[in-house]
Ligand binder design. Structure first.
Ligand SMILES: Nc1ncnc2c1ncn2[C@@H]1O[C@H](COP(=O)(O)OP(=O)(O)OP(=O)(O)O)[C@@H](O)[C@H]1O
Length: 270
């Protein structure tokens, strides 16, 4: 499914935190949304699944305004994995993942054998099949995170939204999550902090800075040392891995860190 943000402004509290975001994400693309803390990544993702109308502009899925979707229809279309996993209820891992199937059946009906098959597949894909009977609150942060991926997979929308999905995960599970997600054939938008992971797995990178989209396009053209240094207030360099020639960025703090940038000119790279 194609996602489009048209001139989107969003307010949180009494401040406008997203300003005129225009962005089209093609069907089946994997998009990494990057930017400093507080730049508006989570806020932009929420416009896709909260069902709330932005202050200005609109967000469409295959041309239909998401603010016009009924909540259950939106939940069947857009699967979501957020930063925080619920752990206050005494749900098992399996019960938690089964929640992802709720939008697919009429209210007050029992889960079907198909639901259980999809839950099993999702538990396996997220490498938590062995934790099915454990209580959520008894899991480690990384294990909980993987259960939330399983729940989003079970939700099975054509669009998958991930908010910092690799948080808490060891490096093997970070890579595995990105491999699983990029092999789904869905349109994926993932807020990511690890720029090298974003560059390795995403078709396109969208960069937010202070609520504005400042660059969008392929990692090689967007994640330049200049742009990364500017937006993230670090010194960034590109290194090439010996043998494979694979591109990796290294980052060095500015000394002294003063939060300022050498130039504040917005740019867009297609
Ligand atoms: N509930 C809220 N009420 C008021 N302001 C909020 C609220 N939630 C977020 N904000 C503000 O909105 C702005 C964007 O926040 P958002 O969470 O979208 O950023 P982010 O890029 O996802 O950050 P991070 O990388 O830290 O997760 C920030 O200035 C933040 O302080």
């Amino acid at each position: 499914m194609t996602i489009a943000f048209h001139g989107v402004d969003v307010a949180r509290g009494n401040r406008t935190v997203l300003h005129g975001v225009d962005l089209t994400i093609g069907i089946g693309r994997i998009v990494g949304l990057v930017g400093p803390n507080g730049s508006g990544k989570s806020t932009l993702l929420r416009t896709l699944f909260s069902g709330r109308r932005p202050l200005r502009g609109h967000v469409t899925v295959d041309g239909a305004d998401v603010a016009g979707f009924a909540p259950r229809a939106l939940a069947r279309t857009v699967s979501v994995m957020l930063q925080d996993a619920p752990s206050e209820f005494d749900l098992t891992v399996r019960e938690t993942v089964l929640v992802g199937r709720a939008p697919h059946r009429p209210p007050f009906t029992r889960d079907s054998p198909d639901d259980h098959r999809i839950v099993d597949e999702s538990l396996r894909a997220a490498d938590v099949a062995d934790l099915g009977d454990r209580l959520m609150r008894q899991l480690s942060g990384g294990q909980r995170q993987r259960v939330m991926l399983a729940r989003a997979l079970a939700q099975d929308g054509e669009i998958l939204i991930l908010d910092e999905p690799t948080n808490h995960l060891d490096i093997a599970h970070q890579l595995d999550l990105m491999r699983v997600v990029s092999g789904l054939g869905k349109t994926v938008v993932a807020a990511l902090h690890d720029l090298n992971i974003a560059a390795s797995f995403c078709d396109d990178i969208a960069v937010l800075d202070e609520g504005r989209l400042v660059a969008f396009g392929a990692a090689d053209t967007v994640l330049t040392p200049e742009l990364v240094s500017d937006v993230f207030r670090v010194t960034a360099r590109v290194a090439r891995e010996e043998g494979t020639g694979a591109r990796a960025m290294t980052f060095h703090p500015r000394t002294p860190f003063d939060g300022t940038r050498p130039s504040a000119s917005p740019r867009r790279t297609e």
